[in-house]
Write a protein that binds this ligand. Structure first.
Ligand code: AFP
Length: 340
């Protein structure tokens, strides 16, 4: 990208313009998705601003703590959840919302209902908040295919039925990465305009990468294929150079790097957590959707991640995602184990 020319660009592709362009390819479309997305974007801008001000505004602290004015302070993840729930309900385009923060799904009252269901983690990586490391919002969108009373069945569907997924990363810049099923596109927030501008069109993940990303502190509890795979990353037998290890501990940041640079992100099952740690609906599925759209793969250790059918809204699954060839390698190790 020509950064000098970029500085003087006057024809800006904002995220709204981009989605409207996409929408114009479908004459039957009534603009519902654009409205839903602009409310998600609003939530992301609010959270971005809150994250940037967190230290100043003393937003960091225990939920329920009171500040010197005696007002109750909200922890950033609680605040972010409130913002997204309100933005999504007020869009008038949603019926079922599942948030990492809420034990139960939210069913939108009938007068405000619309055809979409949104599953999301309003502030993923929250243990990184207090040290200023990148954190993010992850979301996936389903459509309702009936007009009966909404239920959790409307979101307990395989990831391959999602119509869109994305994340917003609150890092050194604020970036929203989105797929509506026609590739993956990245938008960077221009703080002076308050707009997300298309900066990374049609992101494609390299077929193979030289980075692996995993919490190696759990290594003693891993299964055979994960242990073998990570061993190969460090001591390759085919003469290729060893992979570098990078692990932030914020899924959005680790997946974002994987998407741009290639390589693999792993959160495997282990003896202590046989289903891994990450949640199917609002961590595994959206990231798997984006990876596949970018030309990579996402695998659970048993099957294609997007083919999982969750039974509970907060279900977890092991996940291996990233460059096509790197995921192929771990798939082969699991297949070999199954044969034995
Ligand atoms: P927190 O929200 O508790 O920080 O968890 C973040 C997360 O869900 C995901 O963003 C990371 O990839 C993963 O957990 C990190 O987990 P470990 O700390 O076990 O490595």
């Amino acid at each position: 990208m020509d950064h000098e020319a970029d500085a003087y660009r006057t024809d800006l592709m904002t995220i709204t313009r981009f989605v409207l362009n996409e929408q114009s390819k479908y004459p039957e479309s009534r603009g519902d998705f654009t409205i839903l997305l602009s409310n998600i974007v609003l939530g992301c801008k609010f959270v971005c601003s809150a994250v940037n001000k967190a230290g100043l505004a003393k937003l960091i602290g225990l939920a329920g703590e009171t500040n010197i004015q005696g007002e109750e302070q909200k922890k950033l993840d609680v605040l972010s959840n409130d913002v997204f729930i309100k933005a999504l309900v007020s869009s008038g385009r949603t019926s079922v919302l599942v948030s990492e923060e809420d034990e139960e799904a939210t069913f939108v009252e009938s007068s405000k209902r619309g055809k979409y269901c949104v599953v999301f983690d309003p502030l993923d990586g929250s243990s990184n908040i207090d040290c200023g490391v990148s954190i993010g919002t992850i979301f996936g969108i389903y459509t309702m295919n009936h007009s009966d009373e909404p239920s959790t069945e409307d979101v307990l569907k395989p990831g391959n039925e999602m119509v869109a997924a994305g994340y917003c990363m609150y890092g050194s810049s604020c970036m929203l990465v989105l797929s509506t099923g026609t590739g993956v596109h990245g938008f960077t927030l221009d703080p002076s305009l308050g707009e997300f501008i298309l900066t990374h069109p049609d992101i494609k993940i390299p077929n193979k990468g030289n980075i692996y990303s995993v919490n190696e502190g759990n290594a003693q509890n891993w299964d055979g294929p994960t242990t073998k795979y990570v061993e190969r990353c460090k001591y390759p037998k085919d003469g290729s150079p060893a992979k570098s290890l990078r692990y932030v501990g914020s899924m959005v940041a680790d997946v974002h790097r994987t998407l741009l640079y290639g390589g693999i992100f792993l959160y495997p099952a282990d003896k202590k957590s046989p289903n891994g740690k990450l949640r199917v609906l609002y961590e595994v599925f959206p990231m798997a959707f984006l990876m596949e759209q970018a030309g990579g793969q996402a695998f659970t250790g048993k099957k294609r991640a997007l083919d999982l059918v969750p039974e509970k809204i907060h279900e977890r699954s092991p996940i291996f995602l990233g460059s096509y060839d790197d995921v192929e390698e771990i798939k082969a190790l699991y297949a070999a184990e199954e044969k034995n």
